[in-house]
Design a protein around this ligand. Structure first.
Ligand code: UDP
Length: 323
């Protein structure tokens, strides 16, 4: 299939683009490089530096059959102080993209949704029919797009799949290159802990008084390569007139302290932890029920937490090397 990947110069988009190429698809990447890196676009993909709102005049000539839509602003904290950025970029931008696709009769779409659509869930593990009560403008923007996709599937025959990611980690190391997390503002646990253990420096642990077994937050981590495999399958699973919503997680949770222990083992040095107050908006526990993705995609996560951390560590060390 000839597939458009928006945000294909970012972390998850670049890994999925590389895996799509490896699976024999043709890939056209669009990214405005506001947070992505041109050298993260995998070799073999066609690349256009463009915003998703500027596709209308050009995309018709590209022969696109399907879209994987990753381009988005994705910092929860930033979304609370600058919600306009999230409503414009994520929601208004995506609706413009959907209308462009509609005018060119492209109706197969896989969307990068998020566990943030659920907010503070009452029941764990979280199933797709759990109430959606996002606690940040970021989560609200992802939910708004999911709602639009349901309507576009019903009224215009879109075949849409929303994949609700839990905590994505790890990197892809393949013959085509290494693809991983390179955020200018790094907020995520695993890269921050690897940097603190590797280069020295403090790791700030946010919150040790949660109602969890060791007092730190529990999250469900999924390897980015397992996540990419689900996208390749979702592309085939998209059916005209139907919007599927699928959680992507491993189905088990690890506390921040358990993750830090594994980081220490992988790096061979303990993470120098400084205990801090809770970070605003962090729910105590988020664990995915992944039965629906298993059943509908014939998919299962295969890579464990130690593998995610080891792959992320290889990527961190390569990124630190001079060119
Ligand atoms: N966390 C932390 N220090 C950091 C980054 C994250 O203690 O430098 C904690 C954070 O408070 C949360 C967990 O690690 O409990 C996972 O955070 P992350 O930002 O990786 O993912 P989130 O679950 O917020 O999407």
């Amino acid at each position: 299939m000839r597939v458009l990947v928006t945000g294909g110069a970012g972390y998850i988009g670049s890994v999925v683009a590389a895996q799509l190429l490896a699976a024999g698809h043709e890939v056209v990447v669009v990214d405005d490089l506001s947070t992505g890196h041109a050298d993260a676009v995998p070799p073999g993909a066609e690349f256009h530096q463009l915003a998703i709102t500027d596709l209308d005049p050009v995309v018709g000539g590209w022969g696109i059959e399907a879209v994987l839509h990753f381009a988005a602003k994705s910092l929860v904290g930033e979304s609370t102080t600058n919600p306009a950025l999230y409503w414009h970029n994520n929601v208004v931008g995506t609706v413009a993209l959907l209308d462009t696709l509609r005018s060119f009769d492209v109706s197969r779409i896989v969307f990068s949704s998020s566990a943030a659509t659920y907010g503070d869930a009452v029941e764990q593990p979280i199933r797709e029919d759990a109430p959606t009560r996002p606690t940040s403008p970021y989560g609200a923007s992802k939910l708004a797009i999911d709602l639009a996709l349901t309507d576009y599937a019903t009224a215009y025959g879109f075949g849409a799949v929303s994949l609700r990611y839990f905590n994505v980690a790890g990197a892809l190391h393949a013959p085509a290159g290494s693809f991983g997390e390179r955020h200018a503002t790094e907020t995520h646990l695993i890269p921050n802990a690897l940097r603190a253990a590797g280069a020295g420096g403090e790791f700030a642990l946010f919150g040790t008084d949660y109602p969890t077994p060791d007092g730190t937050c529990v999250r469900d981590y999924i390897h980015v390569v397992d996540l990419a495999e689900a996208h390749v399958r979702a592309l085939d699973a998209a059916e005209p007139g139907r919007h599927r919503i699928l959680n992507l997680g491993s189905g088990r949770g690890y506390s921040v302290r358990e993750v830090l222990d594994t980081v220490g083992t992988v790096v061979g040095r303990d993470v120098p932890v400084v205990e801090r107050a809770r970070r605003a908006g962090d729910p105590p526990v988020l664990i995915a029920a992944n039965d629906r993705a298993r059943a509908e995609l014939g998919w299962a996560p295969e890579r464990d937490l130690a593998t995610m951390i080891a792959d992320a560590w290889i990527f961190e060390q390569r990124a630190a090397e001079p060119d």
